[in-house]
Design a protein around this ligand. Sequence first.
Ligand code: B12
Ligand code: SF4
Ligand code: SF4
Length: 382
Amino acid sequence: MSEAIKQLAVRTALELGAGAVRVTSARADEESRRRMQAAFARRDFLCWSFDDEYARRATDPGELCAGARSVLCIALPYNTPAPRTAPLRGRVSNYAWSADYHRRLRALLDAVAHAIDEAVGRRVTTVACDTRPLAERALAARAGLGWIGKHTNLISPGLGSFVFLGEVVTTLELPPDEPIAKSCGSCARCVEACPTQALRGDYTIDANRCISDLTQRTSAIPAAMRPLIGDWVWGCDICQIVCPPTRDAGPLGAARWGPVDLEAGRPALVDLLRLRSSGFKRTFRPTAMGWRGAAVLRRNAAVALGNALDRSTVAPLVESLCRDPHPMVRGHAAWALGRIGSPAALAALRRQANEEPSDEVRAEISMALQPFQSNAGVCSTG
Ligand code: B12
Ligand code: SF4
Ligand code: SF4
């Protein structure tokens, strides 16, 4: 019976687009808990409210579903070809440019759970994907869905790491699968390619340095990290693009995982800097970029423009410095103008230093002007 239920669940998931499905027992996982606690003790995830209690709950599926005995772990490939690059357009991670994956993955998981419940004749399932406290990668590795690479993502054989993970936790005892005995060996391409040195090479990450974290946080991006972000405006795929199993797998995502439109996949940076609520609702709200609001995207556009160093963008950056309703965006626009450092950019910064009401933004303006301080006298007399 339990083998038949497992096969039914696997078949249902594969029919709905899953790339692989494996089963593990729902026992609490001491090793993962220790690894997580060690990561939190190193303060690797400062923007997340992770603590020992989170680690305990996340490594015990029984916390999600009383009496849980098994977990079906599902990998859903999402990689689609990237839109063509063009000057002054930002880069978005391929996980975020389509209609929000949470809803679609949730629908798949619900369908699998429903198939199981119906076959058994009662409710025996709970689903999880991304947002619930569950160590999804560790569970998936234990189920043999793949192995955890030095970039800390789960790599599934033949699929690579561009896969979303989702789980159906059940009180049924299903036949478990075996973990895959595999590691990265001497490869360290992701570690070498990471522009911010977030990856340590020992299968751990300092998430505070990860571009994905930096572009999704709601607080200011530390000034030292801004130049390392390049043209990314949401997420980052570099460590996975260079990863051989992921590169070899290629773009396996179904067409529906493609960009909602060009603006979602490669947003024009100046338009993104001017993004207001109607444009946000139209283009970004339906995607996984929708959860942090428009100001975070405008801030990220300012950083990318500060890295593009194109004088044609000084006017919109000045407009943002003077008029953006959000102090964080005005502050990052100040930084971008300081990076460009043209006479018009510096003049606007000096003017605004006296007009700006926020202490935080005035501090950004003064930091942006600092490298030019000795030249300031020369300009004003010359
Ligand atoms: C917080 C979070 C982030 C944070 C922190 C990332 C991180 N590395 O933990 C930030 C914002 C940086 C982030 C970025 C991304 N994320 Co994210 N994120 C999460 C979230 C919500 C929690 C992760 C977490 O608890 N981290 C804390 C660490 C300590 O735990 P952990 O990584 O889960 O597990 C570790 C331990 O279990 C331990 N471990 C346990 N057993 C074993 C055994 C061995 C042998 C080894 C080596 C290790 C090991 O190692 C694991 C890996 O470090 C999960 C969803 C979820 N609920 O799990 C998605 C999730 C991990 N993210 C996902 C994705 C897609 C991304 C991005 C690719 C998005 C992007 N392109 O920008 C990047 C990848 C960046 C990177 N290199 O990790 C996917 C990953 C899919 C996959 N194939 O692995 C998840 C699973 C969401 C989902 N449901 O699909 N994310
Ligand atoms: S997602 Fe980007 S910044 Fe984060 S670890 Fe990978 S390469 Fe580094
Ligand atoms: S790039 Fe190499 S080291 Fe990094 S996760 Fe992939 S296989 Fe492992």
